[in-house]
Design a binder for this molecule. Structure first.
Ligand SMILES: NC(=O)c1ccc[n+]([C@@H]2O[C@H](COP(=O)([O-])OP(=O)(O)OC[C@H]3O[C@@H](n4cnc5c(N)ncnc54)[C@H](O)[C@@H]3O)[C@@H](O)[C@H]2O)c1
Length: 291
């Protein structure tokens, strides 16, 4: 059985930097990979910023925080991932990109390395078909922001082996996550509810039911959510919301999944949320996730 000590995270964006934070904070040697030095550096800065803030808030001891910061490195070269026990893919939501990456990694990592995909809407089985060893591929869908949200949905592909599932469950326990088992179906469990709900909040705003502030306040105050829908969408990214909503709509053909017109307008304007400094709200701090 693979004992996980070294973890690679592919994609240093919103989710990749969050997932890398989770791995290094738990004491795993962690390598963050992206296509350009600039993106890798931005991802590492995000992780360091989060860990530093956690130390300031007393959520991590200085020793834990410094160890976590020292345990994270970055690369643009897939060959550097050769010694990894788990590779977690958090790249663009594109089937071809994800399949190609796993196919390329087959020739780099060992036979016992497990591949995780953080896809939101694609089939784990289809992504796994990019690897010559689909039995090693498992869907692990983190909630955003990954360092703060405990839940991870785990979905086996058609050919996922029991040993790979066990390594995955043990790994997620080692980083303090709670697992919910989901089927390899579009949107797993959470996005089947979350996407139509976020769309209905946007439609309510479009219809003038309230302001973004009053709708956020109503949801946090009455429903007990930690964040209102518009704060959450700013963390998720409007481009990602649009993509996920469209893909679920295309697969499920239910209008409630279709992104409302406001989404397209905001994406066209570049008002993507925290990552661009402006979404529903404006931000001085464009780190990909807050503390
Ligand atoms: N944003 C969310 O709330 C959320 C939640 C759960 C799951 N997801 C899923 O996580 C994945 C990533 O989403 P995100 O929001 O972090 O996107 P993002 O756009 O913030 O980041 C994606 C990163 O992947 C990199 N990338 C693209 N192709 C690559 C390749 N071939 N090799 C290495 N890096 C590559 C990009 O350069 C970019 O930095 C998607 O599959 C998405 O559906 C997103």
């Amino acid at each position: 059985m693979t004992k996980v000590t070294t973890v690679a995270v592919l994609g240093a964006g919103t989710m990749g930097s969050g997932i890398a934070t989770v791995a290094t904070r738990a004491g795993h040697r962690t390598i963050l990979h992206d296509l350009t030095e600039e993106r890798v550096e931005r991802g590492i800065a995000t992780v360091r910023g989060f860990l530093t803030k956690s130390m300031e808030l007393g959520r991590l001891s200085p020793e834990q925080g410094e160890t976590a910061i020292a345990g994270l490195t970055g690369t643009t070269d897939l060959a550097d991932l050769a010694g990894c026990d788990v590779v977690i893919e958090a790249v663009f939501e594109d089937l071809g990109t994800k399949k190609d990456l796993f196919g390329e990694l087959d020739g780099i990592v060992s036979e016992s390395t497990v591949f995780h995909t953080n896809t939101s809407t694609l089939s784990v089985t289809a992504i796994a078909s990019g690897s010559r060893r689909p039995e090693r591929v498992v869907g692990t869908h983190y909630c955003n922001p990954a360092p703060l949200m405990k839940l991870v949905e785990v979905a086996r592909g058609q050919h996922t082996a029991d040993w790979a599932y066990k390594v995955t469950a043990d790994y997620l326990a080692s980083v303090g996550k709670t697992v919910v088992v989901a089927k390899d179906m579009p949107g797993f469990i959470v996005n089947r509810f979350l996407i139509p709900w976020e769309n209905s909040c946007i439609r309510a705003l479009e219809a003038g039911l309230g302001t973004k502030e009053s709708i956020d306040a109503a949801v946090t105050g009455a429903l007990g959510h930690p964040m209102g829908p518009f704060r959450l969408l700013d963390v998720v990214g409007m481009d990602i919301h649009q993509q996920v909503a469209m893909r679920l709509y295309e697969q499920l053909r239910e209008p409630r999944f279709a992104p409302p017109p406001m989404v397209e307008r905001m994406v066209a304007a570049g008002d993507l949320g925290r990552k661009t400094g402006r979404g529903f709200y404006t931000y001085d701090d464009t780190r990909l996730f807050g503390s």
